[in-house]
Write a protein that binds this ligand. Structure first.
Ligand SMILES: [Cu+2]
Length: 340
């Protein structure tokens, strides 16, 4: 039975292949007939040429409409001292890009319109022109040099090291999917950490033998920073790469497992002032994760409160130190053991 079916299948297969070859031969014959060169007709060419101008206008209207329609969704008002520098740099780049975009597209569409195919016009054979090559190499290269040097200068100025002794020294610790803030405490020095010490009772992997760690303050949920004081932020991560993003302060820094990254900035507008400015009593600064780090990455955030220095000091004094927290953890652990 099976051999009969196989035989039928083979015969049908051969017939199918034979038919396919026939179809191929027929279509090839058709193609040969079509190979007579038929250029675009003059009316088609004129029609395309005429379309170039309205399409150009439509493209420009479309682009500029979205520039303004999405203006309110661009970065919020800068609330840090270097924020204005970043915004100026950004605007400078946008202006240059916009001018180049307009000039190039106007020329592109206009020439396509003007020099459309015409059987009475013959293209000029123009092989090479050194002067032209120089111009269109040097002009864009100088523009790019300005953009890059300006950007580098701003970046170097923003990231040049600050005096840690005078700054509020703190650390932002990232893990799937939450943030923890650690303050350096009264000695203003963050205690050492070592990823090998990561444990349920010590999620930040802090080295408890380092005395500098004892007075460090660890907070979750929200953290406060004082206005008009330099905040020195160190970043670490527990599991995968995260990215600490504070859009209002124009701060973004990768948090990489096994290494420390850092950034410093000076907040200039308190939360209370910003609430008045934005006319939004619920306004809050946020620390967000800007690196897709897992399933609840979208909700990895921490509230940031910018206080006056007085309020900040008051708030910080109320927070528990690493030592106090560790002792409390240890006590619960011991009493749990005793109960069992
Ligand atoms: Cu994350």
């Amino acid at each position: 039975m099976i051999t009969l079916l196989t035989l039928i299948a083979i015969i049908l297969g051969i017939i199918a292949i034979a038919n396919l070859i026939k179809v191929y031969e027929l279509s090839a014959a058709l193609k040969e007939q079509e190979e007579v060169y038929t250029p675009v007709s003059d009316s088609e060419s004129n029609f395309n040429a005429r379309l170039m101008l309205p399409v150009l206008v439509a493209l420009m209207v479309f682009c500029f409409y979205w520039y303004f329609a999405y203006k309110s969704d661009m970065l919020p008002e800068a609330a840090s001292s270097h924020g204005a520098e970043i915004d100026t740099l950004f605007n400078f780049n946008m202006i240059v890009i916009t001018i180049v975009f307009v000039v190039i597209n106007v020329l592109l569409f206009y020439f396509a319109h003007k020099y459309h195919r015409n059987k009475n016009r013959k293209a000029v054979y123009y092989a090479h022109n050194n002067k032209l090559e120089m111009i269109w190499t040097i002009v864009p290269a100088s523009f790019l040099a300005v953009v890059i040097i300006y950007g580098l200068a701003v970046w170097n100025n923003i990231t040049k090291p600050t005096d840690r002794k005078k700054a509020v020294v703190m650390e932002i610790f990232a893990e799937q999917f939450k943030w923890t803030a650690r303050y350096a405490g009264t000695d203003n020095v963050l205690g050492k950490s070592n990823y090998k010490l990561t444990a349920d009772m010590n999620p930040l992997a802090i080295d408890a033998t380092d005395k500098n760690a004892w007075d460090d303050k660890i907070v979750n949920g929200e953290f406060h920073i004082p206005v008009n004081k330099t905040v020195q932020m160190d970043f670490r991560a527990k599991d995968v790469i995260h990215s600490a993003y504070l859009p209002h302060f124009r701060v973004q820094m990768n948090c990489v497992p096994g290494m420390k990254t850092e950034f410093h900035f000076t907040p200039t507008i308190t939360t209370a002032e910003m609430r008045k400015k934005t006319n939004n009593p619920d306004f809050d600064y946020l620390l967000l994760c800007n690196k897709i780090c897992g399933t609840t990455h979208w909700n990895m955030q921490m509230k940031v409160i910018v206080d006056t220095e007085e309020d900040y000091n008051k708030w910080l004094a109320e927070q528990k130190t690493f030592k106090e927290k560790s002792m409390a953890n240890l006590n619960t652990e011991v009493s749990n053991l005793a109960a069992n």
